[in-house]
Design a protein around this ligand. Structure first.
Ligand code: 0GY
Length: 311
């Protein structure tokens, strides 16, 4: 595969698992106005080539396929997060957001030299945040002073910063994260090691980070990514991803007004199994057990963050 080849040898990363082709219909009925607040589009590569600097080449996963999943699962809206395989070329994500008829918002990746004009165009398309990724297998490190410059540029637009990191890296990044003056949204609970104690020091630091910083929100997402004990049985029995539940539930119950949920479709880089997205939705009542918590998690919180100025 030639780096930068836009003519299209987009050979998938060896061992790549494609998304679940016929997800089940969830038994859990989502509340009206529910938002899938973390999902991606990939390409299609022939139309929106993957970035030369990418660390993986995914299967194509188009906007139309995402919208079909949205309708099938019972969501009304999506937040489409720029994936690292597209680098800072936001075209595929922006195209999807534009074609959603106001039913999607976007989170972009931008470089420190992004101009106010480029940001204004992204805003007009429906972008409301930028993502800073610290996961070493996904990106080369970007110095925090460059990220600080980006924060200065996006703050006047009322945008927020989405951060993706692993629990081991939180101690080093704590002060930088705490210095961000916009809202901050943490992907996948900061990737805790769920084989450790939910009351132990590692997750304790994450909870402290949320307590110390009332501008920090958390996506209680990706049990399929975080689980150590494994996938649910195909009938979606109640102990699905049981090892992740105490972590997600702890965050939902302590910070009910600062949590979001999403499918993470099309689930990049999963190695052991590909989840049925219908069963993932059925997992929600385990982490948000009351109708009030579900309404906040799925409707009120994402609507406040992404659609506060209307559709
Ligand atoms: C996720 C998780 C992953 C990938 C990305 O942008 C990305 O490439 O976010 C991952 O591999 O853990 O949120 O989709």
């Amino acid at each position: 595969m030639a780096h930068g080849d836009v003519t299209g040898d987009f050979t998938k990363t060896p061992g790549w698992l494609d998304w679940y082709f016929r997800p089940s219909k969830p038994r859990f009925q989502l509340p009206a106005g529910a938002v899938d607040a973390h999902c991606h589009v990939f390409g299609p590569g022939a139309e929106f080539p993957y970035a030369p600097e990418r660390k993986y080449t995914p299967c194509d996963a188009s906007a139309d396929q995402l919208f079909a999943l949205r309708d099938h699962l019972g969501f009304e809206r999506n937040v489409i997060v720029q994936a690292t395989c597209h680098g800072a070329d936001n075209s595929a994500m922006v195209d999807a957001v534009r074609r959603s008829n106001g039913k999607a918002r976007g989170v972009a990746t931008v470089r420190r030299d992004v101009t106010p004009e480029q940001l204004a165009e992204l805003h007009e398309a429906g972008v409301r945040g930028v993502r800073f990724n610290f996961v070493k297998r996904l990106v080369d490190a970007v110095p925090t002073d460059a990220l600080g410059e980006i924060v200065e540029k996006i703050a006047p637009l009322g945008w927020h910063v989405v951060i993706y990191f692993e629990a081991d890296d939180l101690p080093d990044l704590y002060d930088f994260f705490s210095s961000i003056k916009t809202d901050v949204v943490v992907d996948h609970m900061g990737r805790p090691d769920v084989s450790k104690d939910v009351d132990g020091p590692e997750f304790g630091l994450f909870l402290q980070f949320m307590r110390d910083n009332p501008n920090v929100w958390c996506k209680v997402t990706c049990p399929e990514r975080l689980t150590v004990s494994g996938a649910p049985a195909l009938d979606g029995e109640q102990d699905a991803y049981a090892d992740v539940v105490p972590f997600s539930r702890r965050v939902v119950e302590e910070f009910p007004d600062r949590v979001l949920w999403g499918t993470d479709w099309p689930h990049p880089n999963l190695k052991s199994h590909m989840p049925d997205d219908g069963l993932l939705v059925d997992h929600i009542p385990l982490i948000a057990p009351t109708a009030e918590l579900q309404q906040k998690l799925l409707v009120d919180n994402p609507t406040r963050l992404y659609w506060h100025e209307g559709v």
